[in-house]
Design a protein around this ligand. Structure first.
Ligand code: IMP
Ligand code: MG
Length: 173
């Protein structure tokens, strides 16, 4: 069963606020927005357009989740960046921070590449589930410990194209 948690309108408003905040923090740019495939693509596309500061985009592929709802705890880089980030202002764009395992791994990898600055922007945060502490600079919404889909987030590759973020439960409708 799907139940709306965040409407497309709420998301649009919040993404605009985050874009404005990033503009203030990086007045000149360019800012390298790096989305974690595949879930963060929708957020990246909207965030980049909500910003006035010039941006460049890149993508990184990570596998940390299986097909189910729980993490495997194992993180692997499946697609690397196209270009060097040395000396660049980088914002890693994520759909949701859950246990923190994915971002802890990725931030370690990216920090070694000597960017000028390195921050995280996430649309959603489930703080109750955290196993590794990660410093998140830009958070769209803090949400309860529920499995959510839509606006890029999937369950076994389904539901990514929903405009709202919805809670997916096993209950019958
Ligand atoms: P972490 O390493 O546990 O923080 O995992 C974060 C990743 O797990 C996210 O990028 C999502 O792909 C996935 N994930 C965590 N919670 C959810 C959820 O509620 N719905 C869909 N995917 C989720
Ligand atoms: Mg993801």
């Amino acid at each position: 069963m799907l139940k709306i948690l965040l409407t497309a309108d709420q998301i649009r408003t919040r993404v605009a606020e985050l874009g404005a905040q990033i503009d203030r923090d990086y007045p000149t740019g360019p800012v390298y927005l790096i989305a974690i495939l595949k879930g963060a693509c929708f957020f990246l596309a909207d965030l980049a357009r909500a910003m006035k500061t010039p941006s460049r985009i890149d993508f990184v592929g990570i596998s940390s989740y299986g097909k189910g709802k729980s993490t495997s705890g194992e993180v692997r880089l499946t697609k690397d960046l196209d270009a060097s980030i040395e000396g660049c202002d980088v914002i890693v764009v994520e759909d949701i921070v859950d246990t923190g395992i994915t971002l802890t791994y990725l931030m370690k990898v990216f920090a070694q590449r000597k960017p000028r600055s390195l921050r995280i922007a996430t649309l959603l945060d489930k703080p109750e589930r955290r196993q590794r502490q990660v410093e998140v600079h830009y958070t769209g919404f803090r949400i309860p410990d529920k499995f959510v889909v839509g606006y890029g987030l999937d369950y076994a590759e389904d539901y990514r194209n929903l405009k709202d973020v919805c809670v997916l439960s096993d209950d019958e409708p």
